[in-house]
Design a protein around this ligand. Structure first.
Ligand code: BES
Ligand code: ZN
Length: 621
């Protein structure tokens, strides 16, 4: 036997020698330090969560027992977990005996550590606890805040570090565990998790769940409401409130094509089913890639499938993020940049290059604006792909840098290496790193390998400028869209006197309309704003992207006929991506600031923590 193999067997031999009891010795050394978790997995690591919970829609609390299976080092004395605003009643060992624990000092971002005394042979601990009514991951909605206005609703949003506000867990993207759950809810409601899910309500409101693939805590998710299921393929379906289900099933009709395209690119879908749930409008994101059950905002139900690149994005996360996971939130671009790249490739495959280039161009506009703003605010370090979020809220890293600079970097690599080779590389990357964590540094090593194998020389300095340097390097790829050039021509014609009603815009997609609205000059007169609105009905637009862009222009141009719609939209929608630019535009003037505050008083109770936390910050004087 070769020495290498003997060495590989050593831990096993060693574990057997020590095994008076069956001690698990799978503990890995810490690969990357996660500044956003108290956990010390090198001592004791959670391998499985069994969650037994009861939801109380009167007190807006969850009372639960979390039983955690552990893999301990031979010297383990403590299991350290992350918690936030949890009330811990007791902690017991497998034999039912209570064990001692202590809660650490509260940190505004991280919450409190929960340190539980264990022995090296402690196989599991059970924590009985209650969540706070203001648990940051959880939003409890009244019937009036749902589409059908009949039943209450609950959803969670765990990413980045909010899982700890509803489950005491090692809340670090580098720590994976399987889970099972039993959840009791009022019997008129259906409960769903990021796991194997029911498709029908149970008579007693009790549901059981199983997630057999190991996932990090940020992918724990729960949603409860008056929900219906509709199948849209062999392995895909959609959940929504009854009044929304029809529209949802229509909007996501192309889902199976997207899955086929994704698998064709980077290998088999590893999570069995892919379902979507359309949440009430307060969901703070466009989508969230909870495994087996993507959470989505209803604002993508445009009625014409024009906003479904978001589905391609969340689907792509089934590889980038959920299979190969950023080691820490400093490596967030590995999750999102890869996902935007993959999303673009899916969209190109299903709808063609002309279409995907429109999407890439729109994102590129946003990216350039955001880089300029961040640089002007002295935040240039946050325009690096690799971040340093130590001591900060990881939410600060959720900018278009991770997404769109990350995308451009990978697109540039594709152009350098050639698409065929780059695709083979990515397929291998997702296969060999599946269910593992990835650091930026490890990725660069793997990229180096790609260059070496293909006898290409890698320009290290350029790569480092992308990853560890600010802004956009000079060699950044330039997405360009012919369709958008034509849109630009129409705006020019309008500006030189062609009436809006005579512009050529047959068959424009909502992306072209969006580009058109964004191109409205700063000094456009009120009369011309009115003319545009009368010709194209922007204030009444049912496309949330076009509407948001128009409302932003309306604020900047003080086009008052749009203000009622603005107020109504801000009160009924909680998607942060739409809220931020609108509130930001309002606070540019004193009058606008008054208006923003008046609207916010009415709107804030409808927002999830993630959204109101950002807007509180924006509106504080
Ligand atoms: N995983 C993200 C959402 C997220 C990131 C939540 C960081 C919390 C912390 C999700 O995949 C996402 O990127 N959503 C985007 C979709 C878009 C880029 C297509 C969104 O919600 O806007
Ligand atoms: Zn994403």
């Amino acid at each position: 036997m070769k020495t290498k193999y003997i060495l590989a067997l050593l831990p096993f031999v060693w574990a057997c020698n020590n095994s008076t009891k069956e001690m698990k010795e799978e503990v890995e050394p810490k690969k990357a330090i996660d500044a956003h978790s108290y956990a010390d997995p090198s001592q004791s690591k959670v391998t499985h969560l069994d969650w037994d919970a009861e939801l109380n829609f009167e007190s807006n609390t969850i009372r639960a027992t979390a039983t955690l299976s552990l893999a301990n080092s031979s010297e383990a004395t403590q299991l350290i977990l992350d918690t936030k605003a949890l009330t811990i009643e007791k902690v017991t060992l497998a034999d039912g005996q209570e064990t001692t624990f202590k809660l650490g000092k509260e940190d505004a971002n991280l919450g409190r550590s929960l340190t539980i005394d264990i022995a090296p042979d402690t196989e599991s601990v059970s924590i009985l606890y209650t969540t706070s009514p203001t648990a940051e991951a959880v939003q409890w909605l009244n019937p009036t805040q749902t589409a059908d206005k009949k039943a209450p609703f609950l959803f969670t949003q765990s990413q980045a570090i909010l899982a700890r506000s509803w489950v005491p867990i090692q809340d670090s993207p580098g720590i994976r565990f399987t889970y099972s759950a039993k959840v009791k809810v009022p019997s008129n409601l259906l409960a769903l998790m990021s796991a194997e899910n029911p498709t029908e309500k149970s008579a007693d409101g009790v549901y059981t769940f199983k997630m057999e693939q190991p996932i990090p805590a940020y992918l724990l998710a729960l949603s409860v409401g008056d929900l219906e299921f509709r199948s849209i393929g062999d392995r895909a379906g959609v959940y929504a409130e009854p009044s929304v289900i029809e529209a949802a099933a229509f909007e996501f009709e192309d889902l199976e094509d997207m899955i086929v395209a994704a698998e064709g690119l980077y290998g088999p879908y590893q999570w069995d089913r892919y379902d979507l749930i359309v949440l009430p409008p307060s969901f703070p994101f466009g989508g969230m890639e909870n495994p087996r059950l993507t959470f989505a905002t209803p604002t993508i139900l445009a009625g014409d499938k024009s906003l479904t690149s978001l589905v391609a994005h969340e689907l792509a996360h089934s590889w980038s993020g959920n299979l190969v996971t950023n080691a820490t939130w400093d490596d967030f671009w590995l999750n999102e940049g890869f996902t935007v790249y993959f999303e673009q490739r899916i969209m190109e495959e299903v709808y063609g290059r002309d279409y995907s280039e429109m999407l890439a161009s729109l994102s590129n506009q946003d990216l350039k604006e955001e880089i300029a703003e961040m640089t002007a605010k002295g935040e240039a370090v946050d325009t690096h792909l690799k971040l340093d979020l130590t001591g900060r809220n990881p939410d600060d890293g959720m900018t278009s840098i991770a997404y769109d600079k990350g995308y451009l970097f990978l697109r540039g690599q594709e152009e350098l290496v050639g698409r065929e080779k780059f695709d083979a590389f990515l397929k291998e990357y997702f296969t060999s790193n599946a269910f593992k964590v990835m650091t930026t540094e490890e990725f660069v090593l793997q990229l180096e390998d790609l260059y070496r194998k293909n006898e290409l020389s890698m320009d290290r300095e350029k790569i480092e400028a992308w990853i560890y340097g600010p802004g956009l390097p000079a060699d950044a790829p330039q997405p360009s869209s012919n369709k958008f050039s034509l849109v630009g021509d129409q705006m020019d014609a309008f500006m030189s006197g062609t009436p809006a009603s005579e512009l050529t815009n047959d068959n424009w997609s909502s992306h072209e309309w969006l580009h058109f609205v964004r191109a409205i000059p700063e000094d456009l007169s009120l009369q011309k704003m009115t003319e545009l609105d009368q010709a194209f009905g922007f204030t009444k637009s049912g496309n949330s992207e076009v509407l948001t862009a128009w409302l932003e222009q309306s604020i900047k141009h003080q086009y008052e006929p749009a203000y009622d719609r603005l107020e109504e939209f801000l009160i009924s929608t909680g998607r942060r991506k739409f809220l931020m630019p609108l509130y930001r535009a309002m606070i540019l003037t004193d009058e606008g600031k008054q208006m923003a505050k008046a609207i916010y008083v009415k709107a804030r109770p409808n927002y999830h923590f993630v959204a109101y936390d950002s807007i509180d910050e924006l509106l504080k004087e």
